[in-house]
Write a protein that binds this ligand. Structure first.
Ligand code: ADP
Ligand code: MG
Length: 206
């Protein structure tokens, strides 16, 4: 198992399939506290990403991730497109030129991705956004001593982070317009971020 171009391609293909599989669930979560488009946004963006990845060969892990970033930025409107675009762009920038990625580089890339998402969206912990899944996932990667174990721990941490958004009152994004009424619903973006790490754990585990 290694994080390299081919496993990163497999991860992105897996995440695209996951967004298709969970499209309706993400739509329902976003219907409760937003405008109901998160599942269709993410599915459309990742279908486009997979098509772009198939259209040309990427030299390394960083190039794969930058291609995904551009596809999301160009096809997904709203909040999540630019935020996920930033996430993949930062990952791709830190990992640029590496043929094989070790745990310190991978954790450093994810730290930069989190910082990029926060710089762009200004969300802090507990604002009920994708950041609430990212923060514990990145911490789990940084605490790990083995890459594969770290990615598995990150997926579990992202899951807990997404579940923990349910009681929160949204302070960022569309859901914040609902004020107290946003409490009692799991955040759609934190949920798709959990699926991103789940796809990674499934891909990099074998
Ligand atoms: P929109 O809200 O424009 O309809 P989506 O429905 O695709 O976009 O995405 C909504 C998700 O985006 C939210 O569930 C939340 O996780 C995330 N989000 C919204 N605003 C921010 C922000 N400022 N920072 C981080 N994440 C955000
Ligand atoms: Mg929405």
């Amino acid at each position: 198992m290694a994080v390299d171009r081919d496993t990163t391609l497999a991860w992105m293909t897996s995440f695209a399939a996951s967004m298709e599989e969970h499209r309706e669930e993400l739509v329902q979560l976003d219907t409760a506290i937003g405008d109901g488009d998160h599942g269709t946004n993410m599915n459309r963006g990742m279908q486009k990403a997979v098509a772009q990845l198939a259209a040309a060969e990427q030299a390394d892990t960083g190039a794969v991730l930058k291609t995904v970033a551009m596809a999301l930025i160009s096809t997904v409107g709203g909040a999540a497109g630019p935020l996920y675009g930033t996430l993949f762009l930062q990952l791709g920038t830190v990992l640029a030129g590496l043929q094989e990625v070790d745990l310190p580089s991978y954790a450093a890339a994810w730290r930069r991705a989190l910082e990029g998402v926060q710089a762009r969206g200004k969300a802090q912990a507990q604002d009920k956004t994708m950041v609430d899944a990212l923060i514990p996932a990145v911490a789990a990667l940084e605490a790990a001593t083995d890459l594969e174990d770290g990615i598995r721990a990150a997926a579990e941490a992202a899951h807990q982070g997404a579940l923990a958004t349910t009681p929160l009152v949204a302070r960022k994004g569309r859901a914040s317009y609902l004020g107290e009424r946003s409490a009692g619903h799991q955040d759609p973006g934190a949920t798709s971020t959990y699926y991103l790490f789940k796809s990674a754990a499934e891909t990099f585990a074998h």
